[in-house]
Design a protein around this ligand. Structure first.
Ligand SMILES: NC(=O)c1ccc[n+]([C@@H]2O[C@H](COP(=O)([O-])OP(=O)(O)OC[C@H]3O[C@@H](n4cnc5c(N)ncnc54)[C@H](O)[C@@H]3O)[C@@H](O)[C@H]2O)c1
Length: 266
């Protein structure tokens, strides 16, 4: 795949899965804008991208703020050029202290929806005009296997990710006449900082995992749930993103692809 001369934006691109996506896109030649609340980490990732593809930029963006998203879109065009690829990856699992609770609070529901769903819509809306003007564009939304089926742990997170799958289909239908594709990816089990915290909540709430460390819960789940018997990596997700934003996927839109070693086969 070759993205030379193309401009990509990755929200939540400073760390974890977003960072791997940014680096993989850069590896195929893209200039990448890293949009993240964590400006220090974003600067580090942007420097790595620059080493690889020669062009990167950073904007301290909170996706929940529509004005900052509009600013991100104008800054991207000014610093790198009009966007070709948008990866909506920024996501959270709850409001402050969610790791230590066995139930979801109203704040968990509100903030998680604000970031994972409304934030995604804010960023997509901000870049839509640039893509519309050129009648081309590729959007990938990062959902989760948690959105494939309801779960007792973190119901607010699962519901937000189910909403991401639905939002992907609605947006795909809306922008199809403009030759813009929109697809979603459901990552499976990845050992990122988010999962470190998820694991401790599972250990608290599930008798099967009582007294296990977060990593032990993670390994047990990989063994139990993943037919291929291996954890997924940020690079696995980045490879799938590269396919969905490439010319090779020109006739694919509104789809949701699981990158989960066979955890969910639907
Ligand atoms: N780790 C997993 O196992 C897993 C599985 C399925 C889906 N996901 C999804 O993948 C995405 C990335 O997760 P990760 O594991 O890399 O998490 P992470 O916590 O390592 O990284 C998330 C990044 O998003 C940024 N961010 C958070 N809120 C933001 C906001 N309001 N505006 C802009 N940036 C914001 C953070 O600063 C961070 O850099 C998320 O959408 C997550 O829900 C993760």
């Amino acid at each position: 795949m070759n993205f030379k001369g193309q401009v990509a934006v990755v929200t939540g691109g400073a760390n974890g899965i977003g960072r791997a996506i940014a680096l993989k896109l850069a590896d195929q030649g893209a200039a990448v804008m890293i949009a993240d609340t964590n400006e220090d980490a974003a600067m580090i990732t942007a420097a790595e991208v620059k080493e690889i593809s020669g062009k990167s930029a950073v904007h301290k963006t909170d996706v929940t703020n529509p004005d900052l998203c509009t600013k991100l879109a104008s800054l991207t065009i000014d610093s790198l050029g009009p966007v070709d690829i948008l990866v909506n990856n920024a996501g959270i699992a709850g409001s402050s202290g969610w790791q230590n609770r066995s139930f979801s609070t109203e704040a968990d529901w509100k903030l998680t929806y604000q970031v994972n769903v409304i934030g995604m819509s804010n960023v997509t809306s901000a870049f839509r005009a640039q893509m519309h003007k050129r009648r081309s564009g590729r959007i990938v939304n990062i959902a989760s296997i948690a959105g494939r089926e309801g779960r007792p742990s973190l119901p607010h997170y699962s519901a937000s990710k189910a909403a991401v799958i639905s939002l992907t289909q609605s947006t795909a239908l809306e922008v199809a006449p403009l030759n813009i594709t929109v697809n979603a990816i459901c990552p499976g089990l990845l050992w990122t900082s988010m999962w470190e915290e998820v694991g401790s909540r599972y250990a608290e709430n599930n008798p099967a995992y009582k007294n296990m460390s977060s990593r032990q819960v993670f390994d047990a789940m990989v063994e139990e749930k993943i037919p291929l018997k291996k954890e997924q990596t940020p690079e696995d997700v980045a490879d799938a993103v590269c396919f969905l934003v490439s010319e090779e996927s020109r006739n694919i839109t509104g789809q949701t692809l699981n990158v989960d070693g066979g955890f969910f086969m639907r």
